[in-house]
Design a protein around this ligand. Structure first.
Ligand code: KG4
Ligand code: ZN
Length: 359
């Protein structure tokens, strides 16, 4: 079963061909980074125009790279939520047109849930054995950390995520991007901050940035305090409290230390909530059998290490995508659509683009 997936929810135009929901035959991503760099953030109107120009060439590229013709496609999938509405509409319209003209099923996929599925994909047929990843993963704890979303889920199947908590302000990736901008790093900030924090000699204890806990049992996240602390560490505290000493000059060494200290606190917040979620589930008599992770920030070198450590401490197999599939891509859309199709959950041409996530 071959599924063509489309993804246009934010600033990546992507298409992929996935076989049997697991094997990635092609995954093509056209990033719009250069288009939005001068604004240090995604400009929705520019994004949707770029999607409209690129979507068909990208689909053609994905088919060519997979070595399949349109006639061989069994279903067309699209990330139809959540995202920028103008951007989503381009992908949804293109997917509808393709599905209708081919007479094949159309499958809408929640982009955030698809991030959790990315770790189940493989490029090598040997890794897609039916018993490789399956029901033995569930119930699972899921963590999505991206530029737009930061959420914890409990899943009893790939298609049944229940949200346990989410950020009450900034998403984790958004906090990385803003902290990077404060440090004067080029857009997109997350990967650049990661690189700076990984430089030899970076002192992650130079600044004791706050790790948000919220309520004692809360599984929500908050990153805006951490971001503001970075602002104050660089520019000083504004207003009436500003009688104190000026912040140290922003030397190359100080920037590196601030990046490492920020990254340490941000990762600690994510790990803390995972530990808490496992404990809260235990009190309900639920024992997770795997930790599923995904989203752009799971590309972060430190977070990857810490996720491996917390999963090992808790005796949970860690399902984490390779770096290329952490960030937005269409393979995860086509993959999760395979699960939907298998369970008879295809959509029809009334499928809508929706700015919010399903759960
Ligand atoms: O999943 P994604 O591509 O888009 C959304 O669905 O939001 O995530 C993009 C986010 C951006 O905020 C980006 O800075 C962040 O993921 N990111 C990283 C790293 N690579 C991407 N953050 C920290 N370290 C990285 N290595
Ligand atoms: Zn995403």
């Amino acid at each position: 079963m071959l599924i063509l997936g489309l993804e246009t929810s934010c600033d990546e135009t992507a298409a992929a061909v996935v076989a049997n929901g697991r094997l990635v035959l092609s995954s093509v991503v056209a990033s719009q980074t250069e288009l939005h760099a001068e604004y240090a953030g995604v400009v929705p109107e520019l994004a949707s125009r770029a999607h409209a120009e690129r979507v068909l060439p990208i689909v053609r590229g994905a088919l060519e790279s997979a070595g399949v013709g349109l006639g061989m496609i069994d279903a067309v999938a699209v990330g139809n939520r959540p995202g920028l509405i103008g951007s989503l509409l381009v992908g949804v319209a293109a997917a509808k047109a393709l599905a209708w003209s081919l007479g094949k099923p159309l499958i809408g996929v929640d982009h955030v849930h698809a991030h959790l599925y990315a770790g189940a994909l493989a490029e090598d047929e040997a890794e897609t054995s039916p018993d490789g990843l399956g029901t033995s993963l569930f119930p699972a704890l899921g963590l999505v950390v991206s530029g737009g979303h930061t959420s914890l889920y409990e899943l009893d199947s790939w298609l049944n995520p229940r949200r346990l908590g989410a950020t009450i302000d900034d998403a984790m990736g958004e906090a990385f991007d803003k902290a990077a901008t404060i440090l004067g790093l080029p857009y997109p900030g997350g990967p650049n901050l990661d690189r700076l924090a990984s430089e030899p000699g970076a002192n992650e204890r130079a600044v004791d940035f706050p790790v948000s806990r919220l309520g004692r049992e809360s599984l929500d996240f908050s990153f805006s305090g951490l971001k503001t602390s970075m602002l104050y560490a660089v520019h000083g505290v504004p207003g009436e409290r500003s009688g104190g000493p000026a912040p140290p000059p922003l030397t190359a060494e100080r920037r590196r230390d601030l990046a490492a200290s920020f990254q340490r606190a941000a990762c600690a917040a994510a790990v803390l909530k995972i530990e808490r979620a496992v404990e809260v589930a235990g009190q309900r008599g639920v024992r997770y059998r795997a930790l599923l992770t995904g989203g752009g920030v799971t590309a972060n070198s430190r977070l990857r290490q810490e996720l491996a450590q917390v999963a090992a401490r808790r005796g949970l197999p860690l399902v984490i995508p390779p770096v290329a599939w952490c960030v937005d891509n269409a393979a995860m859309i086509a993959g999760l659509a395979g699960e939907r199709l298998r369970c008879g959950r295809a959509d029809d041409l009334s499928l809508q683009a929706v700015p919010t996530t399903a759960v």
